[in-house]
Write a protein that binds this ligand. Sequence first.
Ligand code: TYD
Length: 202
Amino acid sequence: MKNKGLFITFEGIDGCGKTTQMNLLADYLKAKGQDVLITREPGAIGLGEKIREILLNYNGEVSSNCEAFLFLADRAQHIDIIVKPAIKAGKIVLCDRHTDSTVAYQGWGRDVDLEQIKMLNSLATSGLKPDLTFVFDIDVETALSRVGKTKDRMESAGPGFFEKTSQGYLEIAKQEPHRVKVINSNDSIENIFEQVKEYIEI
Ligand code: TYD
């Protein structure tokens, strides 16, 4: 497996525990001698950090299409400048959120047209797809109870929004079962990681 780049993405609603699992997987892979890069969307790098700041903290009205385009703009920059070169260099790239977040949040959550989002995702990534995606599926109530009191703009969207987003993720998994693996995340960190490891053949 060494020197063969891989792209693995971590998805789920806010508070689902995906970042913890991504870090555990990074340690696990590094212990096996793999070259791992951890990254995230939105806001992995300079320009992306500025876009992230707008997306999460802007106080005024933001149209759903504008929101979608900002996430997509961040993605285009991230994929070209960080992800593709790392995969080419043989790294295992672990990414906290990617294309499925836009389908679930802007498509399912905000009702932006799903087919158009898919097309724009494909433009933003030049067609690059993750080799493997984990969706951390969890009760909305449990997930939101983990989000702190000071919520960012996205986290303030409310339970109804996250129910739709959550449903969107499960639908993505149904449509692409080969790539997208649903992890039952109503469990302990250790047990969740056991499920993750089942899909890692390294
Ligand atoms: P972040 O603090 O990174 O949340 P988390 O730790 O849960 O990943 O904030 C990212 C927020 O942006 C999160 O609420 C999900 C949302 N988001 C979208 O709505 N669409 C997208 O395409 C992406 C990448 C993120």
